[in-house]
Design a protein around this ligand. Structure first.
Ligand SMILES: C[S@@+](CC[C@H](N)C(=O)[O-])C[C@H]1O[C@@H](n2cnc3c(N)ncnc32)[C@H](O)[C@@H]1O
Length: 249
């Protein structure tokens, strides 16, 4: 929760530009927030990844855990400060993990985190989700970032092309129902609040500007993945705060 409060403070720091965002609808780039927002986001999500990613999310995907234990290639797109990326590299030492994010200061932080952890099987690149290079990935993941992207269909289409034919795309998104009525609870109030000041403006500031928002729901997210060419999408598992979607060709 300390990370959550840090992210709240970051919104007070950036409140002057928030007014302009509402008046103009121009959106607000991720990079326009204070660094407190990036640290707070990382600190807020990291315990959830530490508690669930290796223990329950990867095992819930069809055949992925065995591949990663043996080796394999992983892409973590929109990796931010790289907590999930470093965790994957530590947990699957035979795999090679690539972290991608278009926010250069976050990638610098991710590199420092990997160095401090002493992991050698990870590398980071500053690049947009639609533009990263490399192919033959066994697993591509996006943690709490697909809905922030301006063109999530374009990003998912690029990800599909970068995967092996039997590769898996794991999409971790905030837990939400498909309708506003299903989302009238405390958790959703928090997510809608951050969505309004951070996620929707971040998406709107990019090309396409689809603005899925942090409460998109499984139905809308599945539609995005289907449009990108993933014919098989299912909810592999969930926690009280996140849903984990498995997308395959
Ligand atoms: C809410 S943060 C999540 C970061 C990280 N995955 C985590 O769970 O801590 C969203 C991230 O998506 C990145 N992002 C947004 N749009 C992007 C795009 N089009 N290409 C690459 N990264 C993007 C932002 O820079 C930010 O690091």
């Amino acid at each position: 929760m300390q990370g959550f409060f840090q992210a709240v403070v970051s919104q007070y720091e950036a409140h002057e530009t928030a007014v302009d965002v509402f008046k103009t609808g121009r959106g607000r780039a991720w990079s326009e927030h204070s660094s407190c927002c990036f640290c707070g986001t990382d600190r807020f999500f990291r315990p959830g990844y530490a508690a669930n990613l290796v223990q329950s999310w990867i095992p819930a995907l069809d055949g992925v855990e065995a591949k990663l234990k043996a080796g394999g290639k992983i892409a973590d797109i929109g990796c931010g400060h790289g907590s999930s990326t470093v965790l994957l590299a530590q947990s699957y030492p035979n795999a090679t993990v690539h972290g991608f994010d278009f926010h250069a200061p976050s990638i610098e932080e991710a590199k420092a985190k990997a160095k401090a952890a002493g992991v050698a099987n990870v590398e980071f690149h500053t690049v947009a989700a639609k533009d990263f290079s490399g192919d033959g990935f066994d697993l591509a993941c996006i943690f709490d970032a697909l809905h922030d992207m301006g063109d999530p269909v374009g990003a998912a289409t690029h990800i599909k092309q970068s995967l092996k034919p039997d590769g898996t795309f794991m999409v971790v998104e905030p837990l939400a129902g498909d309708s506003l009525g299903e989302n009238l609870n405390v958790l959703s109030a928090i997510f809608y609040g951050f969505s309004t000041t951070i996620c929707v403006p971040t998406s709107k500031s990019q090309e396409v500007g689809l603005a899925l928002g942090a409460q998109a729901g499984e139905k809308r997210l599945t539609q995005v993945l289907n449009e990108a060419g993933f014919g098989n999408v299912r909810r592999a598992t969930e926690t009280p705060t996140n849903m984990v979607l498995e997308a395959r060709a």
